[in-house]
Write a new protein. Structure first.
Lengths: 429, 320
């Protein structure tokens, strides 16, 4: 065998290094997924076989989905569905990169707002406008999954990001669960406090869950419905009077929150509520299953912190249409993935999901048998605002604006908190 | 390297002996080897190139673009991302300040605390060995487990810290811990010290056990007190170990990403945001170009701080 010199070896390694450098400098971007922002049409027919990866963040729903997967597999021989579950925060941060290749998330869910929009821009969705699944949904609840004339996603869940109430404690205190305005809401809190319980358990140490209260507080205070989008665009400001009024109302809540509320994580907040130490849990209906799991036996109602004055409220509550189901445009198993979405969207399967997870769904003609869902079903017909915090496209802006409320609760003046938030918004205009 | 002329002459005299190997072949051997040998490092070179060199080079390229992480289109923005980080992004400068504060707190506290533990547990007695194992134990836990343990301790409603304070009648000292924006970073720094002090203690113990006992005996005979012995014998001998501890703790504190995310949630609030979590938030916010620029600043910052420490502390003797 001929021998090579050190110089020759270094030349070879140098060439490899140069190649690596050249490859590294090939330029970011590459191509978007084949869907495009309008979305390629999802297949309505095809081979329903193979392994479907279903990516989502609802770890608490895994067992329910497992049962639905079993039923789906019984209908279609040779098909398997594997759940790829991340925590909600990780899913929000990483799902786009993970799903672009198409090997993970043949079928997937997204959050409403920035994640849905990013997925749309990246061309990950297929168009489900003419799918069998889309025809099963209540038309009024499909807007969150639309992009132009395309129906890219199907918002599966309807949640109410409003404080949940322990009806027994409300009855004991003689408090009304439907305050007509802000004064009535504070009077209600006063009655609850006088009865010896913490009126509101609020997870101020958890940005995601603590921020849900913001949806309620801003709904009737803002001059327009797309207030968060306008804050992000610089058309409205955190230093505006209406925003300062809202922060002032957050300040009003301080005596009614648990001590050290800004350091409370979501699990202890749930415990305070489920153990009957707090009359309300200021997160949302998506936590019903969790508090039931912690042993809460009392009837649960929703309470809207109505910030209006003089009973002229525009909205009676807030809702969110989320868990937006889609079929991955880069998937090699689109037919099976679309069949899985069709299956989930059938009323009897959606009903199973809803009743087992205590979540309302957007699918029409669903029979709610879960006592909590039955009790809360009237909220589906009330005049509710679509949760505003999901209008933010920039997560730094959203966190800064919501952090102004937390700052007020920890003792900062509304004016100072608003200025600090506006500074961050201005930096990102 | 220069070769002494005398040495060269000696070598050539030896080579001219009968039976000595061909001098040409000897000269060739260090530089010409069997090509198959070059295949051995190739997997390591390829892995390093693919997973380290290429992403690092790509980061430099992304850093001068406004790429959002998924679009085919992007613009070159020159140094704008770097300028933005230092002049137009208070979240980044806040994270930088937090991180420097966190590094300072942890480096000082962890070095002092682990040295103190090491001094107390240098002897190989059964009690010392048991205590060493106990103090080392947190090191083997995952950072997520540590975060959850301390999240429970710091919880203001059901947490251990407030419960203990309440049980001993010190309700006035009960607090919000992580909910207090002024104190939050200090509480997380304490967790970090608890997490890693045992590991650093082991490094110090290795250094301390290498000190000859005779030096202490001689010092005692000369009438040196404990402090003088520490100052004149222990400290100079553990200086190299201190250098390792300080450098390692610095890098570790800059990268306390998993601990912060576990304890403070994602995204962490501004008072607990450090550079690594800020970079992650920027990536999550689909600002890949800007996040790459932040990553390069982060890398430079670690290198700079580590270099400064070595220059200023001069813990490693020259030549070592």
């Amino acid at each position: 065998m001929s021998q090579i010199s050190r110089r020759q070896a270094l030349s070879v390694l140098g060439a490899i290094g140069f190649g690596a450098t050249a490859a590294a400098c090939a330029g970011p971007g590459g191509s978007t997924a084949p869907g495009g922002s309008a979305g390629a049409v999802a297949p309505s027919a095809g081979n329903i076989t193979g392994k479907v990866s279903f990516a989502h963040w609802r770890g608490e729903d895994k067992v329910v989905f497992d049962e639905l997967i079993k039923r789906f597999a019984a209908l279609h021989q040779g098909v398997e569905v594997a759940q790829d579950i991340s925590t909600s925060n990780d899913y929000n941060a990483q799902a786009l990169q993970k799903l672009r290749g198409g090997s993970i998330g043949d079928a997937f869910a997204t959050f409403r707002g920035s994640q849905f929009n990013n997925f749309t821009q990246a061309g990950i969705y297929t168009d489900l406008k003419d799918s069998k699944a889309a025809s099963n949904y209540q038309p009024g609840l499909l807007a969150a999954g639309k992009s132009g004339s395309s129906q890219l996603g199907l918002p599966y869940q309807v949640v109410f990001p409003m404080p949940m109430a322990n009806v027994d404690l409300f009855d004991k205190a003689g408090a009304d669960t439907a305050p007509k305005d802000w004064r009535a809401f504070l009077a209600m809190c006063e009655k609850l406090a006088a009865s010896g319980v913490i009126p509101i358990s609020w997870p101020g140490g958890d940005v995601g869950n603590g921020g849900q209260l913001f949806n309620c507080m801003i709904a009737n205070n803002a001059p327009v419905d797309d207030m968060c989008a306008q804050i992000e665009q610089g058309k409205l400001k955190c230093t505006d009077d209406w925003f300062l009024k809202m922060l002032g109302q957050y300040k009003d809540l301080v005596p009614y929150l648990q001590p050290n509320a800004t350091g409370t994580a979501v699990e202890p907040a749930q415990n305070l509520f489920s153990q009957g130490k707090a009359a309300m849990l200021a997160t949302g209906s998506y936590h019903i299953a969790a508090v039931r799991g912690l042993g809460a036996k009392f009837p649960i109602e929703l309470v809207f912190p109505n910030t209006s004055t003089g009973g002229n409220a525009k909205y009676e509550g807030v809702y969110n249409a989320t868990f937006i189901l889609g079929v991955n445009a880069a998937s090699k198993n689109q037919a099976a993935a679309a069949a899985w979405i069709d299956f989930l969207s059938e009323p009897e399967n959606a009903a199973y999901y809803a009743n087992q997870t205590a979540q309302h769904v957007s699918v029409d003609k669903v029979d709610y048998t879960n006592p909590d869902l039955k009790r809360l079903s009237p909220w589906l017909g009330k005049k509710t605002a679509l949760a505003a915090r999901f209008q933010f496209q920039n997560l730094d802006v959203r966190n800064a604006v919501e952090a102004s409320a937390t700052a007020v609760i920890s003792g900062t003046s509304p004016e100072q908190a608003a200025e600090a938030a506006q500074k961050i918004v201005d930096e990102r205009l | 390297m220069s070769i002494h002329p005398g040495t060269a002459a000696k070598t050539s005299a030896l080579d001219s002996r009968p039976g000595a190997p061909d001098p040409k072949a000897r000269r060739r051997s260090p530089t010409r080897v069997n090509p198959a040998l070059y295949l051995f490092p190739l997997p390591a070179v390829a892995i390093t190139a693919f997973f380290l060199v290429m992403p690092t080079l790509q980061a430099f390229q992304y850093a001068v673009t406004d790429w959002n992480g998924f679009s085919a289109a992007f613009n070159y923005v020159g140094m704008d991302n770097f300028i933005r980080a230092f002049t137009k992004d208070s979240l980044f400068t806040n994270a930088l300040t937090n991180n420097l504060k966190f590094v300072l707190l942890v480096v000082v506290a962890q070095t002092v605390f682990s040295l103190l533990l090491a001094l107390l547990l240098t002897k190989n007695s059964r009690g010392s060995i048991l205590l060493r194992a106990l103090f080392f134990f947190p090191t083997i836990l995952s950072s997520v487990s540590v975060a959850f343990i301390w999240k429970f301790i710091y919880d203001p409603n059901f947490g251990l810290a407030n419960s203990v304070l309440g049980a001993v009648g010190l309700e006035s000292l009960q607090g919000s811990y992580l909910g207090n924006n002024v104190q939050a970073l200090y509480w997380v720094a304490m967790t970090q010290v608890w997490f890693h002090a045992g590991q650093m203690m082991v490094v110090f113990i290795a250094g301390l056990q290498a000190i000859p006992r005779e030096l202490y005996e001689a010092a005692e005979m000369d009438g040196a007190g404990k402090w003088q012995q520490f100052k004149s014998i222990t400290w100079p001998f553990v200086a190299p170990a201190t250098s390792i501890v300080v450098a390692y703790t610095t890098v570790q504190s800059f990268k306390a990403f998993d601990l912060i995310l576990g304890i403070a949630g994602n995204p962490p609030k501004a008072s607990l945001d450090i550079l690594s979590t800020r970079i992650y938030s920027t990536f999550a916010n689909s600002e890949f170009g800007y996040a790459a620029a932040q990553s390069i600043i982060f890398m430079a910052m670690i290198a700079l701080v580590t270099w400064l420490q070595r220059r200023l502390l001069r813990l490693t003797p020259k030549g070592e």
